[in-house]
Design a protein around this ligand. Structure first.
Ligand code: IPM
Ligand code: MN
Length: 348
């Protein structure tokens, strides 16, 4: 996390537009001390900021990681951040696990619905602990919720000149909720004449993301499927350590976090790859209208990748801190190099 803040400061110092940070202690340490996850008034306070940067949550000292779910879902739901924007971009050909694929083939975005679906926590146990136990976990899909994420995907495509939006569901088996997705998606698609709308069942999409990722531009899907597909997407980019994400509600304060968790087995060992978090900060900069700084950050990361200045998960010799320092140094030096097609340029 601190590496990410350093990168943001470095980018801000290049353009001379300082960024003020306020740190909140929401995390395992605070929870263990106080039993508090998000304190009362937290959402109101956070709404006053331009953006929120969230470090990965999760700590083995907290059984079942209750704090992590409460904080993360508390923010996603509480701030109504219905767009989970997860770009899938290969920044260096050598990071792709697929044979023969290059950065040109892997450049699409997944919009994951972020406020409903299976994540709403509606359900319960009956006869818990007995041989007759029943567990119910409801999937909630609302017309409004599905419509706004579908519309966001099309708006994104229109803004960035993307030609195709694909919706993935499981309407062949989930005959109510995903029937709603079907009807809503096709209806919204009619408002976007120049953009090709298409559909895949999510199982087929998973296969196609491996077989031919170049065919995708903009993908929209429900909360649960988006969660799974974006881990697969992370692998296409070089692993969980590379994947960035933004939780958004257009016009409101967004929350930016890497796709990965806290990786407790790496804690304190200076081995975790900070690039996913740093690239999330680039999304943050982009989102708050600081595209120039976003470009500086991204180019610095691309430069590190090109020169093998990475952590060991990517085959490099460096530790977390050294990569962070190297990214910061390259930001200050103004790393030259081309930016990708539309990212982080162009607001999600
Ligand atoms: C993610 C994570 C979270 C999710 C977990 C930590 C609850 O996997 O952001 O993708 O499922 O949304
Ligand atoms: Mn996930």
């Amino acid at each position: 996390m601190s590496r990410t803040v350093v990168a943001l400061h470095a980018a801000a110092s290049v353009t001379g537009r300082a960024i003020a940070f306020e740190e909140f202690p929401y995390g395992a340490e605070h929870f263990l001390k106080t039993k508090e996850t998000l304190p009362g008034g937290a959402l109101e306070r956070l709404r006053a900021f331009d953006a929120i940067l969230l470090g990965a949550l999760g700590d083995p000292r907290v059984p079942d990681n209750r704090h992590a779910a409460d904080i993360l879902f508390g923010l996603r739901f509480g701030l109504d951040l219905y767009v989970n924007y997860r770009p899938i971009r290969l920044l260096d050909d050598r990071l792709c696990p697929l044979k023969g694929r290059t950065a040109r083939d892997i450049d699409f975005v997944i919009f994951r619905e972020n406020t409903e679906g299976l994540y709403v926590g509606v359900g319960g146990f009956f006869k818990k602990g007995s041989a007759d136990e029943i567990a119910v976990q409801e999937e909630i899909n609302t017309r409004k919720g599905v419509e706004r994420i579908c519309r966001h995907a099309f708006e994104h495509a229109r803004r960035l000149g993307r030609r195709k939006v694909l919706m993935a569901d499981k309407s062949n088996a989930l005959t109510f909720g995903h029937d709603l997705w079907q009807r809503t998606f096709w209806e919204v698609s009619r408002e976007y004449a120049g953009i090709e709308a298409s559909h895949m069942y999510v199982d087929a999409l998973a296969m196609q993301m491996v077989r031919d990722p170049a065919q995708f531009e903009v993908v929209v899907t429900c909360n649960m499927f988006g969660d799974i597909l974006t881990d697969l997407g992370a692998a296409l980019q070089g692993g969980l350590g590379m994947a960035a994400s933004a939780n958004l509600h257009p016009g409101r304060t967004g929350l930016f976090e890497p796709v990965h968790g806290s990786a407790p087995k790496h804690a304190g060992r200076n081995v975790a790859n900070p690039m996913g978090a740093i690239l999330s900060a680039a999304l943050l900069l982009e989102q708050i209208g600081r595209a120039e700084e976003a470009g500086l950050v991204e180019r610095a990361v691309v430069g590190c990748l090109r020169d093998g200045r990475t952590t060991r998960d990517l085959g490099g010799p460096l530790g977390t801190l050294e990569v962070g320092r190297e990214v910061g140094r390259r930001i200050l030096a103004g790393e030259p190099g081309a930016r990708g097609a539309d990212s982080p340029g162009g607001r999600p």
